[in-house]
Design a protein around this ligand. Structure first.
Ligand SMILES: [Zn+2]
Length: 141
């Protein structure tokens, strides 16, 4: 039986494939909702505004405050994390964990998230929520 979130994941993987040509995976990742403090503890070493996280493996973590079924912003966060999953499956940008590889992964994920949001005809304020963090991407020395 396919749950609602599994169905949404399949739908979004298909959309990413259509937008950016990333190949569909052999099997989709699992989505697990966690509290914001758990997400911060895993993904950052201090309080941060992280909303989704994909460590190497088969699980995408989302902030339990997100509602990707009903909220378009929450769905776009899932799109972003699914791009990271597809990058892993495709073996792209793997140059030995370099900062440059990380930046390329993030740039692609933000770009696809942006294009997906554009296709949903969202208001410009939502698009600015992508362009702002994207401009801050840089390598920490
Ligand atoms: Zn990312």
């Amino acid at each position: 039986m396919t749950t609602a979130i599994e169905a949404l994941v399949l739908q979004l993987l298909t959309a990413i494939n259509a937008i950016a040509g990333l190949p569909l995976p052999e099997r989709p990742p699992e989505v697990v909702f966690v509290s914001h403090s758990d997400l911060e503890a895993q993904a950052c070493d201090r309080p941060c505004n992280v909303q989704g996280w994909f460590p190497p493996g088969r699980v995408v973590y989302l902030d339990e405050g997100l509602d990707p079924q009903n909220d378009i912003w929450g769905r776009s966060i899932l799109v972003h994390e699914l791009v990271h999953y597809l990058q892993q499956e495709e073996g792209s940008f793997t140059e030995a964990g370099t900062c440059e590889a990380w930046m390329k992964r993030e740039a692609e994920a933000y770009e696809i998230q942006y294009r997906w949001l554009l296709a949903q005809q969202v208001p410009p304020r939502l698009l600015r929520r992508i362009s702002r963090p994207f401009l801050r991407i840089g390598c920490r020395a």
